[in-house]
Design a protein around this ligand. Structure first.
Ligand code: FES
Length: 106
């Protein structure tokens, strides 16, 4: 079973469609995730910090490479709206992506 574990939310979602991004998969499971540009790769508010399974994500998209080149996406960070899930991963929501109505673990 392929899962996205969101460690600091204490939640996980099952993934069965391997064309889905992290953002789409978590939203389909009813989990809110910041995405200011609507998932178009035009901001970095949907960042996910990949703790495990980075190799289980499709290669970075052009948008992610552009933000990485500008220093706005660090090693280990992916844009949830861009990163397609191919296998199990564990992520954290970074500090700047935390939503005020959700409770995050430390
Ligand atoms: S939601 Fe804007 S880049 Fe992902």
């Amino acid at each position: 079973m392929t899962r996205i574990v969101i460690r600091n939310l204490g939640k996980s979602v099952e993934v069965s469609d391997f064309s889905e991004t992290i953002l789409k998969a978590v939203q389909e499971d009813g989990i809110d995730w910041m995405h200011a540009c609507g998932g178009k790769g035009r901001c970095t508010t949907c960042k996910a910090v990949v703790l495990e399974g980075a190799e289980n994500l499709a290669p970075p998209t052009a948008a992610e490479i552009r933000y990485r080149d500008r220093g706005l996406l660090k090693d280990g960070e992916r844009l949830a709206c861009q990163a397609v899930v191919l296998g199990s991963i564990t992520v954290d929501v970074p500090e700047e992506g935390k939503l005020p109505h959700l409770t995050y673990l430390s």
